[in-house]
Design a binder for this molecule. Sequence first.
Ligand code: BTN
Length: 224
Amino acid sequence: MLWTKHHFDALDSTQDEARAYPPYSVVVAERQTRGRGRMGRTWESPAGNLYLTAVVPDFGDRTPQLAFVAAVALAEALADFPVRLKWPNDVLLDGRKIAGILLERAEGKVLVGVGVNVVSAPDLAIYATGHLQGRIFCDILLDRFLKELREAMGAFQEKGFEPIRRKWLAGAFHLGQDIIVKMPQGTAAGVFAGIDADGALMLKQADTIKRITVGDVALMKDMK
Ligand code: BTN
């Protein structure tokens, strides 16, 4: 196994603890008291779900694409369930979020934070969907994810982003649909036309394509 695991009962956030560890370390907590999500949000972290941070090397200007590498790996790890991917790096089950990924940089390394709602969640937990049926639990899911992450990172290193981009698109939710993207600087509407070679969202508006790097996606029909 490539990874060295460090387990804790409770941490403020696995992201903060992971700063002290070298690449290929994994910090796992049973629960977090200050779990955080993207865009400054709180990540509810009661016991029973999976909370981990995998420390990986910095990939320079390709580092943001690691979020898609991790999302593809997480979808593979959850392949027993009919999961889909939501831009930029959420995992959905039955159209609702069951897992999120947070990428942070720390002195020459990258902290890939993953939270999976196995038994409880503000939105949806795998357990609540009836898909769980005792087939999967946190330790198995952790090992599956680490194996898939290692493979996806190997493909990314050898072949670049394109194979990851294709896999991500194959599992993408919202593709070809009317969406609204809430960005820090405002809202944009259009058709979700895919992701580009950097992982940016491509939003088709009339005959132009708008490129979006930060934001939250919602289906237009759900906004009405
Ligand atoms: C998101 O969808 O907003 C990303 C959520 C990431 C949550 C995980 S849980 C493990 C790691 N530690 C944290 O504090 N956050 C990430």
